[in-house]
Write a protein that binds this ligand. Structure first.
Ligand code: ME8
Length: 529
């Protein structure tokens, strides 16, 4: 089977402050998708990083008596260290102040100036400094001339600007969306974009008065390229090299949240269509699509520092040290706001999901299998030779689980993927209840049948661990170590790529292999009194 390429990105985050749960969420979703595609055998490129040239970064720096670069360096390091510590498998980390990014953005904008899709003009309007965005007059009125994001007054600004001819491309973008050539998901978000596109005007893409913080407009050093244009291009600049260009050509999937959908679903594809017309850029294409999830709220309310419900790095570390990194990943992946409604990050819900899915289902099921294998078969996988009276032949559940899991992950439905794996584990539990090997084992004559039952259980658990690996890689690798399975080593030896479909075929567990006992994978959590 030829290798497919898969290119996935997260937004690049503003470095005016440190990372919080929202940033960690999108990066975790991208990491799960990257790991899934690698497990499947794809050649994956996963990009995340930070967006530095924003006015809120230079403002935050000024408040601290630092240069924007010093403040950006400090926070970029925190983002990078955090993602590394949480074992994100991104292949590179964007910093928009890096020369390799700035040089390419300058070249792209120069090409657009030359082709005429970027031109000089003048702009006047209401500016939302919190969001780094002009808002239309009618929106400004609707908002009461205050930022809907941070409540600060909107500022009336008039400046010489370079404009991008969005109007010339709005029809082509809408057509690509309708044809599915450029997909905007969840589908419910499509109409919002199509309606707004129909009215779209040319957009300013430069700023003045940034104090030199940003990338200068080529040929006009008084003007700085608007931070959003600078930022959107990161998805291209970081793969615009001979070795990486194949990832671009495979089509990027841009993961974002709903707050920045307009930039990604309208301006970004339009910029690419314009660039594609410039000499030397014929290879530029539209992204495969953009996926805009909703927001995490916290304990039932919008996250805010003043409400004290802000899930910052300290809270994130509390969850990791109390429940494990994999438990946090599992909660984010399966309970997150991938659809069109917001999700609540609430401690009570976290504990419930942890105890139900991880401690009582996965952890407990694995313990039962390893304990019985140790008690009745000295820790060796028994042979499945004996016939067992069952309601249905075993193994089917695994095939269906793989199919459901694959379908869910291809559709960025992580809750569906988790449910497929959980369903398989629950079916093992039911099978144990139904066949009662612990009762059968009381009579030595039944041991061959008990062996068959346990083989089926361990084999289904092996497959479940493969399905769960993208979400909870560390615990699954622990299961593999205890079962003597070398998938991690095999992947390492093949540039990180696995063979999910082949590995999930029933019957590969070798009788005689050891199943080691050990500490509970996910000890049941009881809140301190
Ligand atoms: O917008 N729930 O950066 P940003 C879920 N630099 N996800 C959340 C979230 C929440 N409560 N809060 C933030 C920017 N996010 C620009 C992007 S891209 C070319 C430039 C996540 O630091 C979500 O992915 O404000 C959202 O889109 C992103 O952080 C915004 O990050």
């Amino acid at each position: 089977m030829p290798t497919e390429r898969y290119y996935v990105t997260t937004p690049i985050y503003y470095v005016n402050d440190r990372p919080h749960i929202g940033h960690l969420y999108t990066t975790t979703v991208a990491d799960v998708l990257a790991r899934y595609h690698r497990l499947k055998g794809d050649d994956v490129f996963f990009l995340t990083g930070v967006d530095e040239h924003a006015a809120k970064v230079s403002d935050a720096a000024a408040e601290r008596g630092l240069t924007p670069q010093q403040w950006a360096d400090q926070n970029a390091a925190v983002f990078q260290e955090t993602f590394a510590r949480l074992q994100m498998t991104n292949n590179d980390f964007v910093r928009t102040s890096q020369e390799r990014h700035k040089a390419k953005v300058t070249a792209y904008v120069a090409a657009l100036l030359k082709s005429g899709d970027v031109y000089a003009g003048e702009y006047e309007g209401w500016y939302d400094a919190g969001q780094e965005e002009y808002v239309t007059d009618s929106k400004a009125q609707e908002y009461g001339f205050k930022s809907p994001i941070n409540g600060k007054p909107l500022v009336r600004k008039k400046e010489k600007n370079y404009f991008f001819k969005l109007e010339s491309y709005r029809e082509a973008v809408a057509t690509a969306i309708r044809a599915g050539e450029f997909s905007v998901r969840p589908e419910a978000r499509c109409n919002e974009i199509l309606n707004r596109l129909a009215e779209a005007k040319d957009v300013p893409i430069s700023r003045t008065g940034t104090g030199g913080w940003g990338i200068p407009v080529p040929g006009d050093p008084d003007q700085t390229i608007y931070v959003w244009i600078d930022a959107l291009f990161n998805y291209l600049t970081y793969v615009d090299t001979p070795e990486r260009r194949p990832y671009w050509e495979a089509g990027v999937t841009n993961l974002i949240a709903k707050d920045i959908l307009w930039f990604h679903a309208a301006i970004w594809p339009a910029l690419l269509l314009a660039l594609k017309k410039c000499p030397g850029y014929e290879w530029v294409r539209l992204p495969r699509g953009v996926y805009a999830h909703s927001f995490w709220i916290s304990e039932g309310q919008k996250m805010s520092k003043s409400l004290g419900n802000f899930v910052d790095l300290a809270r994130i570390d509390h969850y990791i040290s109390t429940f494990s990194l994999d438990a946090l990943r599992y909660f984010l992946a399966t309970q997150g706001p991938l659809g069109t409604t917001d999700a609540d990050f609430a401690e009570a819900k976290f504990i419930e999901v942890y105890n139900t899915d991880l401690a009582n289902t996965l952890g407990n099921c694995f313990s039962r299998i390893s304990n019985m294998t140790n008690r009745y078969f000295a820790g060796r996988v028994p042979s499945p030779a004996a016939a067992v009276a069952e309601s249905q032949p075993y193994g089917h559940g695994a095939e269906e689980a793989l199919a459901a899991f694959t379908k869910a992950l291809e559709g960025i439905d992580l809750a569906g993927g988790g449910a497929a794996a959980q369903g398989l584990i629950r079916s093992i539990d039911n099978y144990i209840e139904q066949t009662a090997p612990f009762k059968l084992a009381k009579d030595a004559a039944n041991l061959p049948r008990v062996g068959t039952i346990l083989y089926h259980c361990a084999e289904a658990m092996r497959i479940a661990s493969l399905l769960l690996w993208p979400v909870i890689p560390h615990k699954c690798e622990e299961i593999w170590r205890r079962m003597g399975l070398d998938y991690a080593q095999q992947m390492q030896a093949s540039a990180g790529r696995g063979q999910l479909a082949q590995w999930c075929q029933w019957g590969q567990l070798q009788p005689g292999a050891t199943i080691a006992q050990g500490d509970p994978l996910f000890p049941r959590y009881q809140a301190p009194k």
